[in-house]
Design a protein around this ligand. Structure first.
Ligand code: ADP
Length: 575
């Protein structure tokens, strides 16, 4: 039933009951009034007339108006006949009174009349008694009926009072609770109102809404799960090993490649603390070095990890990524874990090795013919073989310069292949410094002469020997001097200085050339780097090879320079 109908029915019933009670009360009061009025009109008046007639009768012989009074009351009584027998009694009085009219002093007649009047009075008194009984019964009936009706009304009103408010309040309470549940994302919540009241319709709409929300949330969850599966498959099928850990270093996921190279099973990884896994696995221990000691990360340069996988040498590049997310409604990012990636660079490494071997073979094969060209050119210059005209002389000089350049390049490439394959063999022994410096100057003299550059050298008296590989150190010094010549203006000067500082021998080569911009000072020692705009020929390898040669001998190399003023290259080795 609709709430409106229910309210209407409840209030209407109460209204009807009020009317019923009022009508019943009114009707009974009317009945009682009628009963008492009957007594008053029908009997009380008769008694009054009878009394008056009795009084008049007493004075009828003395007072002339008593006769009239009697007649008047008798007339009134004749018109007020209400009880059975009253008519006869009144008629008796009338006939006896007419007899008395003839003789007013007839005492016998008077007493007969008195008797008649008494009988009339008796008749009416009896009627009063009966009517009073009727009125009593009416009052008792009224009390009974009104009590029953009142009790009934009370019961109905009480039932309405108990049921009607809860009929409205209960569904509202249940609905409020369900709305709270939906707000807490509990989309399985449903309301169960029965009937076809407005609440029933509300419940139906609410349940449809909850069902749709549930469907939506489940489809969203399904989407997220599918997305997660996709990413997991992607990570699993990567050729790079991937390990994910949370902020407490507990392993969240690990892909197949990581399992393959570590030789561990998934159960031995996932859900465990990575440092606990590292205890029994050398590779994992190596991987998490930087995570355990963050200082290491800053110090060490990324190095290649050589790992044997399925009997084959594989090279991996390690990378550790921090995962920081910006939580909704917050300003700062929060650290939620790390991903350790081992990028498989074996194919690149193989290509690099092939390139190194190729470079090594080619430069080695080139060296012998170039050397014989150099010898041939030197022979051509010799007067004993024959005189050359000016043009031929110029050509020979050009060939000589090109040959030198080719020899320099092949030398650098050979050194580079040695460094890359790790087969640099150092022959460290006490080496004579003056001999080394002099031979370097001699080797570069013709290039210096071409630009009218003079080379000066100063070797401190207390310095004669250096504990170094003579060949490699000569090569480094020669490379620095040749750079100094190439990057200097004509008619300038180069100073070579060798001095002892504590237990170190410090070589320095100062030129007055173009100088190097501050931003490039660090970079000149990296492979294949040439300052942008450099015109002179070169490969960008000389200084990087020099650095590696010096560092392999436990020494240090550095540069100071001012643009336009010149540069000074230093390297120091053990005395
Ligand atoms: P390159 O074969 O190009 O000389 P290097 O490794 O010897 O290779 O030198 C790297 C770069 O450093 C050069 O290309 C040049 O730009 C710069 N450089 C080296 N020495 C000097 C110097 N004495 N004065 C100015 N620039 C220099």
């Amino acid at each position: 039933m609709k709430i409106k109908t229910k309210l209407n029915a409840g209030v209407g019933l109460l209204f009807f009951m009020i009317i019923l009670l009022s009508v019943l009360g009114g009707w009974f009061i009317y009945q009682l009034k009628k009963d008492t009025q009957n007594i008053l009109v029908a009997n009380y008046n008769t008694l009054q007339y009878s009394r008056n007639m009795l009084l008049s009768l007493e004075e009828i012989d003395r007072q002339p108006f008593a006769m009239k009074e009697f007649q008047k009351n008798l007339n009134l009584q004749s018109q007020n006949i209400t009880e059975s027998g009253e008519k006869e009694a009144t008629r008796n009085i009338i006939s006896h009174f007419s007899d008395l009219n003839k003789d007013r002093n007839d005492e016998n007649l008077k007493s007969v009349i008195r008797k008649d009047i008494t009988e009339l009075m008796q008749l009416n008194m009896n009627a009063i008694q009966i009517k009073s009984g009727i009125a009593n019964t009416t009052a008792e009936n009224a009390i009974a009926v009104i009590s029953i009706a009142g009790t009934l009304c009370f019961l109905i009103a009480f039932t309405l009072m108990v049921n009607l408010p809860s009929n409205i309040a209960n569904p509202i309470r249940e609905l409020t609770f369900s709305i709270h549940q939906i707000a807490k994302q509990n989309y399985r919540e449903r309301v169960r109102f029965e009937g076809n009241s407005e609440f029933g319709e509300l419940a139906k709409s609410f349940n449809t809404m909850a069902e749709k929300l549930q469907e939506y949330s489940e489809s969203r969850l399904d989407k997220i799960l599918k997305g997660k599966k996709r990413i997991e498959t992607l990570i699993d099928n990567m050729h790079d090993a991937v390990i994910g850990i949370d902020e407490d270093r507990k392993v969240l996921f690990v892909n197949d490649e990581a399992l393959k190279i570590s030789g561990l099973k998934k159960e031995q990884f996932v859900g465990k603390l990575i440092q606990d896994v590292a205890v029994g696995n050398d590779l994992v221990r190596d991987l998490i070095r930087e995570i355990i000691d963050p200082q290491l990360q800053k110090k060490t340069e990324p190095e290649l990890l050589k790992i044997f996988v399925e009997g084959k040498e594989n090279y991996f590049e390690k990378e550790i990524l921090d995962i920081n997310v910006l939580p909704t409604g917050e300003d700062s990012k929060r650290f939620i874990g790390q991903v350790i990636m081992l990028r498989n660079v074996t194919p690149f490494k193989e290509l690099d090795l092939a390139k190194t071997h190729f470079m090594g073979t080619v430069s080695h094969e080139f060296k012998t013919p170039i050397s014989s060209i150099q010898m041939g050119v030197q022979l051509l210059e010799n007067d004993r073989i024959g005189n050359l005209n000016d043009e031929q002389q110029k050509l020979v000089v050009g060939i000589k310069e090109d040959t030198l350049r080719l020899l320099k390049i092949t030398g650098e490439l050979l050194n580079l292949t040695q460094l890359e394959t790790g087969v640099v063999q150092l022959n460290i022994r006490p080496s004579e410094i003056s001999k080394m410096v002099e031979s370097v100057i001699a080797a570069n003299q013709s290039a210096a002469d071409n630009k009218q550059i003079s080379i000066k050298f100063k070797i401190n008296k207390n310095v004669d020997l250096v504990n170094a590989d003579y060949e490699k150190t000569s090569w480094v010094l020669s490379n620095i001097v040749s750079n100094a010549i190439r990057y200097s203006y004509e008619n300038s000067m180069i100073e070579i200085n060798v001095e002892k500082k504590e237990d170190q021998i410090k070589f320095s080569v100062k030129d007055h050339g173009y100088g190097i911009e501050e931003q490039y000072l660090d970079k000149v020692f990296t492979r294949y780097f040439r300052i942008p705009g450099t015109k002179a020929d070169g490969t960008g390898l000389g200084l990087s090879i020099s650095k590696e040669f010096i560092e392999a001998q436990g020494g240090e190399i550095s540069v100071q320079s001012e643009i336009g003023e010149g540069s000074t290259f230093y390297f120091s080795l053990k005395a």
